[in-house]
Design a protein around this ligand. Structure first.
Ligand SMILES: [Zn+2]
Length: 118
């Protein structure tokens, strides 16, 4: 299985469409301060590989990490790309996983303006 950051391109960008990710094998993943295993590649680095003029923030994104305590992957992702979850699960070759949402993975189209003012 793999861990890493990903974007999901609903439209073609620089000849690429669909899942656009950086995969690192679990054996070569980096241990984070809280013990999670992660891929050190940032979304900014991944985005730079697209060589596009569109806005960095506009592309829905997520990240797969591994929780060694529960022995399962954690898929952080934007709600607007959840319909592509099975494709992401296949690409990262994960079996046990849970899906979580986090403010880092929310595109402008998914911003809840009411929640921002609470
Ligand atoms: Zn979104």
């Amino acid at each position: 299985m793999f861990v890493g950051p990903f974007f999901y391109l609903e439209h073609t960008i620089s000849g690429t469409q669909g899942l656009f990710a950086d995969f690192v094998d679990l054996k070569h993943a980096e241990k984070q301060p809280l013990g999670m295993l992660d891929n050190p590649v940032s979304h900014q680095t991944l985005f730079d590989r697209l060589q596009t003029n569109i806005e960095y923030m506009d592309i829905p994104r997520g990240r797969v990490i591994f929780d060694p305590i529960k022995h399962e992957a954690v898929v952080y992702m934007d709600t607007c790309i959840e319909e592509h979850l099975s494709e992401i699960v296949r690409a990262f070759k994960i079996s046990n996983y849970r899906v979580e949402h986090d403010e880092h993975y929310v595109c402008p189209g998914c911003w809840d303006l009411d929640a921002m003012w609470e």
